[in-house]
Design a protein around this ligand. Structure first.
Ligand code: AKB
Length: 337
């Protein structure tokens, strides 16, 4: 008998690490993690880890021969800034990697006669506001509005949302009598901020970067204008959203793709929050035109009413709680050691 497992891809990334820890601490002891990198030593206790590439078909075949995969949290991705430097690699990881796992999940669903749950994190990068005037006119966008991404990563995420929806609703409907579809569920995240890890390769990174630099007493130049506004969320809320969505009864879900958000800040307001705790922080603004253009196309805020209605989504950390109770105490602790 194959061991039943919950697979987490991209476990060594920011969200993956926070997720595997939360799932393990909530009592899940069937976690199998996969990442091209090793799992950091302090997280190794939470899952059985396989170091390997989601693009390696023989590895995926080996996984299904050895394990019965009952759900997948697919966190592996190359983010928006990195994707502009390596667009072909971004497409391979973000699209071909997701396609391979969706297919695996669909085949496992058919084989088991029971849908595999596929949890997919998408992003505000799927939006593309044409100009700053439109961005200020439509501050809280709905899921279906302004889906015109300008980055490879944004295009990849939007397409994979559609692929997941296809695999969930229509995959092989003409070829198989009663196909057993997988159960695809997706959240669109704003910029995420963790107290324990610093992001790499994203374009919302100026927020967390300024905070971590201040805590380390290092000067920081943000690569955007002070008036740049996007939504943010503390990492525990991102993990809570993934868990809550995965626990929601299927019958309650009226969509497959949901916005979730917490608070919206300009880069200057973000700096002001940081300065409340690190009064001497040396933070300046040196906009990089290319990265600025990307964040200028992202909405100032998200409308997450549908997630609130369907699966009781509510962020636990507003801006004050986020900084005062989660970010600052944990960051102080982190850099003290
Ligand atoms: C990025 O900046 O690329 C990510 C995201 C908003 O998805 N943090």
């Amino acid at each position: 008998m194959r061991k039943k497992v919950t697979l987490i891809t991209g476990v060594s990334g920011e969200v993956g690490l926070a997720l595997v820890k939360s799932l393990a601490e909530a009592g899940k002891n069937d976690l199998l993690s996969l990442d091209i990198r090793p799992i950091p030593a302090e997280y190794a206790q939470y899952s059985e880890h396989i170091q390997g590439d989601i693009l390696d078909k023989s590895l995926l075949n080996r996984l299904v021969s050895e394990y019965e995969i009952v759900s997948i949290f697919h966190m592996a991705a190359l983010l928006s800034t990195r994707g502009e430097f390596t667009p072909v690699a971004a497409h391979q990881v973000n699209v071909e990697g997701t396609m391979g796992l969706l297919q695996l999940a669909a085949e496992q669903s058919e084989w088991r006669g029971d849908p595999v749950m596929f949890i997919f994190p998408s992003s505000i990068a799927v939006y593309g506001m044409p100009d700053l005037e439109t961005k200020s006119q439509y501050p809280r966008v709905r899921e279906w509005e302004w889906n015109y991404p300008i980055t490879m990563y944004g295009c990849n995420k939007l397409y994979c949302e559609m692929l997941g929806t296809y695999f969930c609703s229509n995959y092989r409907q003409l070829a198989v009598e009663r196909p057993q579809m997988l159960d695809f569920r997706c959240v669109r995240f704003p910029g995420l901020v963790s107290a324990f890890t610093v992001p790499s390769g994203g374009t919302s990174d100026y927020g967390p970067e300024m905070l971590h630099a201040a805590a380390k007493d290092e000067p920081y130049a943000a690569f955007v204008r002070p008036d740049t506004q996007i939504p943010f969320m503390a990492m525990p809320d991102a993990v809570a959203a993934l868990l809550l969505l995965s626990q929601a009864p299927k019958s309650a879900l009226n969509r497959m793709v949901y916005n979730v958000t917490s608070y919206s800040l300009t880069a200057e307001q973000f700096r002001d929050q940081v300065m409340k705790s690190f009064a001497g922080a040396k933070i300046e603004f040196k906009p990089d035109p290319k990265r600025q253009r990307i964040v200028d196309t992202w909405p100032a805020d998200l409308n997450d009413n549908d997630a609130r209605r369907d699966w009781d989504w509510e962020p636990g950390y507003n801006v004050e709680r986020s900084f005062e109770e989660y970010l600052i105490p944990n960051i102080l602790q982190r850099y003290r050691n």
